[in-house]
Design a protein around this ligand. Sequence first.
Ligand SMILES: [Zn+2]
Length: 263
Amino acid sequence: MHIIDFHTHAFPDLIAETAVPFLEKKAHISASHNGTVHSLLRSMDMAGIQRSVVASIATKPSQFESVLSWSVSIRSKRIIPFPSVHPEDPDILGHIEVIAGVNMKGIKLHPYYQKFVLDEDRMIPVYKKIEECGLILLCHTGFDMGFPRDRTCDPVKIRRVLDRVPDLKLVTTHFGAWEDWNEVERHLLGSRVYMDVSYSIGRLGRERTLRFIDSHPREYILFGTDSPWDEQKRAVEVMCGLGLDDDVLRRIMGENAAELLGF
Ligand SMILES: [Zn+2]
């Protein structure tokens, strides 16, 4: 089976040494590896994962260049980097074009770390530009372990964004919105919204996970782990142990992602 992990993180070697322990402490979780691309590739080998989307988050506008040049440097047959832009960047629209110009597949945004609200007016041109450039937007949605539970990027706001930019290839994370799954059921489930399944099944539980998969268009569900915050091998085993029909499992584990990424 061809497996694509649509949601992982990695850091430049020197930054990983400090970033991973810092993030572990902030979110009270422990990482499954040291956060370098080398460790991610080893983790992929152990889990039988062929390709991973590696999502970066620019926490200030000035990080655009370094995030992009690192993304270009790690790109390979197995590593699909999603660089980032910052909402406060005065040249954000130009920088989205630069990302598309070097043939990246997508962009990662994180409302909590980048201090924006998903559906605020200033973000709409950003989403439109991402869509026009043919890029995918992988955006953190739902609550985040490292932050207070403000409704910054919840299912109602996802709905509003898609109403305003209907062709945006938006991939929501954590089954639509982390730990906000009643709202996901109310506003997203069953409609054509991409969701990765990362860091959720343990909390959703097996029955509810199966119900979610059953109620959602199966082309819109993507395997993801949020590695290093979850272990890839374990996450693959959990998905494969759900007892899904083979064709549904193959779609979720890789075929949907391959189509979306244009492979
Ligand atoms: Zn993540």
